[in-house]
Design a protein around this ligand. Structure first.
Ligand SMILES: [Ca+2]
Ligand SMILES: [Ca+2]
Length: 157
């Protein structure tokens, strides 16, 4: 287990029923391993701490019914609050892709646990930033909307 896995699973989560998956750790490494060393150094650690703590607080504050999971409405509210504005089709796709059926098999809609919530938010944040950069670099408006752009990325395997 890498240092970042240990960090995420033992220091930040502080809950025995939750752990960060290798996919989430990979996303975090992509964001915070600025020198490409494959490890999180001291200078990279502080922003990682702030970032993950922020997403955890966000998860808890937007889990309105306090059931420990995020549904589509809670996810939309959270992303909108942090100005990651996406439409309903993107929200539905995010919940489908990152959520799980936690009760009653597939009869209930999927919901998102903390680990996958962080993944979903990182993807939306990074792809929105990329979209904004593409838009700035163009003389005119983009030919695809932000939601179309995000959905195209999210549909990738
Ligand atoms: Ca590094
Ligand atoms: Ca909830």
């Amino acid at each position: 287990m890498s240092m970042i896995s240990l960090f995420c699973n033992n220091l930040l989560i502080c809950r025995t029923d939750l752990a960060f998956s290798s996919e989430t750790v990979k996303y975090l490494m992509n964001v915070f391993d600025l020198d490409g060393s494959g490890e999180i150094g001291f200078q990279e650690f502080k922003p990682l701490w702030v970032y993950v703590t922020k997403w955890r607080e966000m998860f808890e504050s937007f889990d309105y019914n306090q059931d420990g999971i995020i549904d589509a409405a809670e996810l939309a509210s959270a992303l909108n609050h942090y100005e990651l504005r996406v439409g309903l089709p993107v929200i539905e796709f995010l919940v489908h892709k990152y959520g799980t059926h936690l009760t009653n098999g597939h009869n209930d809609p999927p919901q998102i646990e903390l680990d996958r919530f962080v993944c979903a938010c990182i993807v939306v944040q990074q792809m929105s930033t990329l979209y904004d950069r593409c838009e700035v670099g163009r003389a005119g408006p983009m030919e695809v909307s932000r939601d179309e752009f995000l959905l195209a990325i999210l549909r990738l395997p």
